[in-house]
Design a protein around this ligand. Sequence first.
Ligand code: NAD
Ligand code: IPM
Ligand code: MN
Length: 355
Amino acid sequence: GLSKKILVIPGDGIGAEVTTWGKAVLEKIGTDFGHTFTFDEALMGHEAIEATGTSLPDETLAKAKASDAILFGAVGHIKYDNDPSAKVRPEQGLLKIRKELGLYANLRPIMLFDELLDASSLKPEVLKGTDILFFRELTGDVYFGEKKRTEDFASDLMNYNRYEVERIAIKAYEAAKVRGKKLCSVDKANVLETSRLWREVVQEVAKRYPDVETEHMFVDNAAMQLVKNPKKFDVVVTANLFGDILTDEASQIAGSMGMLASASIGDGTGFFEPIHGSAHDIAGQDKANPLASILSVALMLEIGFGLKEEAKKVTSAVDKALKAGYRTGDIADSKTDKSKILGTKAMGQKVLEYL
Ligand code: NAD
Ligand code: IPM
Ligand code: MN
C-alpha cells in the first residue's frame, strides 16, 4: 500500500461538518486497501483570523507544503460578507494558498447521478447523459490583479500571461483527448483584451491536438447553452472568474451545490474541495450535504494518488446510497420518501456503510 500525509483544513461554516465525512471515507479506504493515510489539521479562514489575526497562518502553509494532499472544506463568514470595508477577510487565505501551491488548474466535473435527475430544477430529458469536465484557471485573472480603492473609485485589474493560458489549455486538451474529444473554450474575446490573448493561445494549443474538436464560445452564450443543452459540452476550459460563475450554474445540472467536487492541481500538492462555500444559512444544523466532500476525496484518490479502483469504490458507495433512496434536503424532491431524508451525519454514515 501507499503511505500518504493528508492535511485536513475544515475552515468555516459547514466546512468542518462535511470534511469530517471526507476524512472518514479516506480512513475506511486506507484500512480496506492497505494504505497508510496519516492526518493532520490546520486553520484557515474566519477561524484562523480569530485565532491568529490572519486567514492563512504560516503554520498552515508550511503544513500544506509538507503534505501529499489537502482536503479542504470552505471559508467565509457572514460578518465579512456584510462588511465590505474589512481589510482582513477569510477568502484571502484560500486565494493565497492556491497561489502559493501553484494550483493553477481547478477541475470541476459535472457528474450527474441518474437518481438525481428529478432533484434538478431542469428537465430530466435535457439533463440525462450530461458529463462535463470544467477546467477553471485558478491563479490568475481579475482575482489576482492589482486592486485600487479611493473613496469614490475602485478597480480590480484583469490580466493574464501567455504561459498561464497555455498551461491550463494543455491540461484541458490532455483530458479532452481521453474523454469525448471535444473542447469548448469560453471567453469574452469580443470585448476583453485578456480574452483575446486567451483565444489566441487556445487556438495555438489546439493545433497540437488535431483529434480534439475545438469550439470557442462567448461566456454569455455559454451560460445560456449550459442550461439549454448541457449534453453538448465535454471539456470546458475557461478563466478564473468565468469558471467560478459557470460552475455554480452547472451545479444545478447535478442537482445541488452539495454534489460538486473539485480538484485543484498544478506545481505541487493537490488540493481537493467542494465547489460550495461555508453556507451560513445551514451551518451547524446537520443539514449540509457531505457528498461533495466525499466526491472530492474520490478525486484525491484518483488524481492525487493515482488510485483508480479506490476512487471508483467511493463514487459507487455514493451511488448506492442514492439508489437506495437516501437524500439530504438539498437533493430531495417531491417523490422522496420522507423517512429517507437524512442529515449530514446520517448521510455520511450511509456512505460508509455502502463502502
Ligand atoms: P455557498 O456555496 O456557501 O451557498 C450557496 C447556497 O448553496 C446556500 O443556499 C447553501 O445553503 C447551499 N449549499 C452550499 N453547500 C451546500 C451543501 N453542501 N449542502 C446543501 N446545501 C448547500 O455560497 P454563498 O452563500 O454565496 O457564500 C457563503 C460564504 O461562503 C461566503 O462567505 C463566501 O465567500 C464563501 N464561499 C467560500 C467558498 C470556498 O471556500 N471555496 C466557495 C463559495 C463561497
Ligand atoms: C470558490 C469560491 C472562491 C472563488 C472564493 C471564496 C474566493 O467561490 O472556490 O469557488 O471565487 O474562487
Ligand atoms: Mn465559487
